[in-house]
Design a protein around this ligand. Sequence first.
Ligand code: GLU
Length: 288
Amino acid sequence: MSDANAEKINEEIKTDQKSCIRTRIAPSPTGPMHIGVVRTALFNYLFAKKNNGKFILRIEDTDIERSKIEWEKNIIESLKWLGIQWDEGPDIDGKYAPYRQSQRTQIYAKYLKKLLEEGKAYYCFCSKEDIEAKKQYQMSAGEPVSNKDECRDIPQETVKKYLEQGRPSVIKFKVIPKKIKFIDIIRGEVEFDSGLFKDFVIAKNLFNPLYNLTVVVDDFEMKISHIIRGEDHISNTPRQYLIQEALGFPMPKYAHLPLILGPDRSKLSKRHGAVSVSEYIEEGYLKE
Ligand code: GLU
């Protein structure tokens, strides 16, 4: 192959890789747009634009009680005011719509059913009190607190019967003990031992999924290539890795950004002063 041809092919490969870059910001509409989320959005936006990729806005409103449409509006208006424009989102749609999690329930239910059928998730019927009582008993007997959930072993017919009886339950993910390693673009190699985790709740029921499940499903379905988010989420990554593995999804690339801190080195919050874009606008700041 001539040098000119090889160069042309290399250029095409590079363009292909670049056009596959898809980033997202996934705020929960539980309050006004926080300046920390704006900073994360900016990194996602700039990285996508620099690489000829796409930047997506997804509204993570699975927490029905705390999510409000007025906060969603505030998030959208704040980003628009700042000039951070998304290529796909709840107000403009796109190939992978809907971009509001409360409208994606059927998609999550499909994956929850798959995990349940394959024995990678299970119904747990223990109340918080049962779990606490067991922990207290083990501690007072000087035994190590067991990570093993007894509901893992309930026979299928019994599960069916309990569900028909309407017993309160949640859906838990079965944690497989192993060393989880991944490369974080900012921090380098990160390692976790999932043997230290307990089985965790991924849904209240088939139609009420929780964050760790929905985020994994959406990032896969929306073909997100790079997850750039605050480092307060790094401890969620191994759990999300386990779900990705169980569902056979490829792992996206991760970059966990350091958080904005107040003068006392704690996470920037209301007690340090203004934290939302609306407050800065009211105080007369310019978007620049
Ligand atoms: N909904 C999450 C939040 O508001 C976003 C999590 C993520 O970026 O993975 O913190």
